[in-house]
Design a protein around this ligand. Structure first.
Ligand SMILES: [Zn+2]
Length: 560
């Protein structure tokens, strides 16, 4: 897991602004003293605060401003009292009608941004500044201009008090959602109450909602955070903002739609890059993990991940990228949407409205000398052809396809008109996956399903180890906590390549692959149920989503 400070340290090392030894010393100082990166920089003197600010600006995508190049108006100290300015390490540089440009040490600090927005009563446009310069400016401004702050301070407090319950409610909602690992927050008003629901592990869960009286305030607050038009309540609006949870910035996409009971808000929480772990943590069976790792470490070729929406394909691809994300590789992506921002990787958002289709973006990317290219999805003939061509000309290409199973990806590439030699020479492998819910480990108990249910799934009725969650506070009474991937992988071995080259049927290819040990998604699911990782109920649902006719043409290989 990497936090923002660690990203900054790494990018400084990569830019040769910091030696590895000095980087370690800074890390030690931070760990020993519980210090911030800025403090560690100032005390250890291993890195200039200016270089640090430039690196931080690059990572959080706000501009860097050299305070020595401008003549800051210290009269702006009247707008922000001394203690707040010092505590937040922030100073307003320019204050226009609706926007305040504020010099900050850390614009990713959501609470600081909140407070500045309230006190300055404007949208905040942060610029990242050298911490030492900024602290000097603050000291200078307040010692030279100790003007009468009584009036504005009183007003600020009045606003603070008025806004406090709303701000606290919104912060509480965001905190609880991030804490629960929710992917979405739904704020739905009706005529009597305000319903709050979190989507956790793919399922909506009802939460204790705030009073309906707070609805308007909450929506207004979300609009302010997303810098949307607060006066517009009759049209749908989309916005985004960022907050911090346990030191990690979390990006949020806000969607507002007016209903007869007021504005309905849905917030999508994008996971921080730090949530992407190692391939070993994906829960793939050992042989699949090994084949997947091997495919990802190849210098060129195409690796496909298939499955329906919400099957965890993106996580697998990002994990693959993460495992090869080193400064000596140029990695570029084209995605729609960019779901997680990865450090050091150039991510491009496809945008059909301006003609930046996957195919067009891909053509441009290939002129940027990439080593590795991730294409969010191959959904048309043109993209399929450019992708395989790129894989044949020395690039590692990772992408997803909408097919049910691993072997289906070969059929899909054929449908897209990719010639057999191009598929056989470029394909490294194809992995299909789904997500099943994990049985909650706090309330796990043995499960004894009906024998008929077990037989329909191909599980022996006296099988031991099947588990179910009874429901407890830890899993919000659902019996499940978290999700696990179930996988099948078709590796393009030389035998498989020969079959692809001579246009063999998919069932022939599948039979060959299974003879070499490939196991199906359902077989992986059964194994995970027998290990008590998931339940038979989840397996029944999985069974329904897997198109058996196309995958299984011989009896299931049930692990003993
Ligand atoms: Zn539980």
């Amino acid at each position: 897991m990497l936090n923002t400070s660690e990203f900054i340290i790494q990018s400084l090392v990569e830019d040769a602004k910091l030696s590895r030894g000095d980087a370690d010393e800074i890390r030690r100082f931070m760990a020993d003293k519980g210090a911030t990166l800025e403090d560690a920089a100032i005390y250890t003197k291993k890195i200039g605060t200016r270089d640090l600010a430039v690196a931080k600006a690059g990572i959080c995508e706000y501009p860097f401003l050299d305070l020595s190049m401008i003549d800051a108006d210290i009269r702006n100290s009247r707008r922000l009292n001394n203690s707040i300015s010092e505590r937040l390490v922030a100073f307003p540089l320019y204050v226009l009608d609706e926007v305040a440009t504020v010099a900050m040490e850390d614009p990713l600090d959501l609470q600081a941004m909140d407070q500045l927005r309230q006190v300055l009563r404007r949208q905040i446009d942060p610029v990242v500044c050298d911490a030492e310069q900024l602290r000097m400016l603050i000291a200078r401004a307040y010692s030279l201009d100790a003007g009468d702050q009584t009036e504005s301070a009183t007003n600020d407090e009045a606003t603070d008090h008025e806004q406090e319950p709303i701000v606290a409610a919104v912060n509480q909602i965001l905190f609880s959602a991030a804490h629960a690992g929710a992917s979405d927050i739904h704020v739905n008003p009706d005529d009597k109450s305000l319903h709050l629901r979190f989507r956790v592990d793919g399922v909506l869960q009802t939460q204790q909602g705030p009073a309906i009286a707070m609805h308007e305030g909450i929506v207004q607050r979300l609009k302010v955070m997303s810098q949307l038009d607060v006066t517009q309540t009759r049209r749908p609006q989309d916005g985004k903002f960022r907050f911090r949870h346990k030191g990690q910035p979390i990006d949020v996409r806000l969607s507002l739609i007016p209903t007869i009971h007021g504005e309905n808000a849905v917030l999508r929480l994008l996971r921080p890059a730090g949530s992407i772990g190692a391939i070993a943590d994906l829960g793939m069976p050992a042989d699949v993990a090994e084949q997947f790792t091997q495919a990802v470490s190849k210098p060129h070729g195409i690796l496909l991940v298939t499955g329906p929406t919400g099957s965890g394909k993106t996580t697998s691809l990002y994990t693959a990228l993460n495992s090869i994300n080193t400064p000596d590789r140029n990695i570029m992506t084209v995605e729609d949407p960019v779901e997680i921002r990865l450090p050091l990787i150039r991510q491009i958002q496809a945008n059909n409205a301006i003609g930046l289709t996957f195919a067009n973006a891909l053509r441009s990317i290939l002129r940027q000398d990439p080593d590795v290219v991730l294409i969010g999805e191959i959904r048309d003939e043109e993209t399929a052809k450019i992708a395989t061509q790129a894989a044949l000309t020395g690039h590692l290409v990772l992408s997803t396809l909408h097919t049910n199973d691993a072997a289906g990806s070969i059929a899909r590439l054929r449908e897209f008109g990719v010639p057999p030699f191009a598929i056989s020479n470029s394909l490294l492998g194809s992995i299909a996956q789904r997500l099943v819910r994990r049985v909650c480990t706090s309330c796990k108990a043995p499960d004894t399903p009906e024998p008929a249910v077990l037989r329909s799934l191909g599980i022996a009725p006296d099988t031991k180890g099947l588990s179910i969650g009874r429901g407890c506070p830890s899993c919000m009474s659902t019996g499940y906590k978290g999700r696990a991937g179930v996988y099948e992988m078709l590796s393009a071995t030389s035998a498989i390549r020969v079959l692809i080259e001579r246009d063999a049927t998919v069932s022939e290819i599948l039979a060959k692959s299974r003879a070499a040990g490939m196991r199906s998604i359902l077989e992986d699911g059964i194994e995970k149920a027998m290990l008590g990782i998931t339940s038979v109920n989840e397996l029944s649902k999985l069974h329904a989503t897997v198109d058996l006719d196309s995958t299984i043409e011989e009896p299931l290989k049930i692990p003993a």
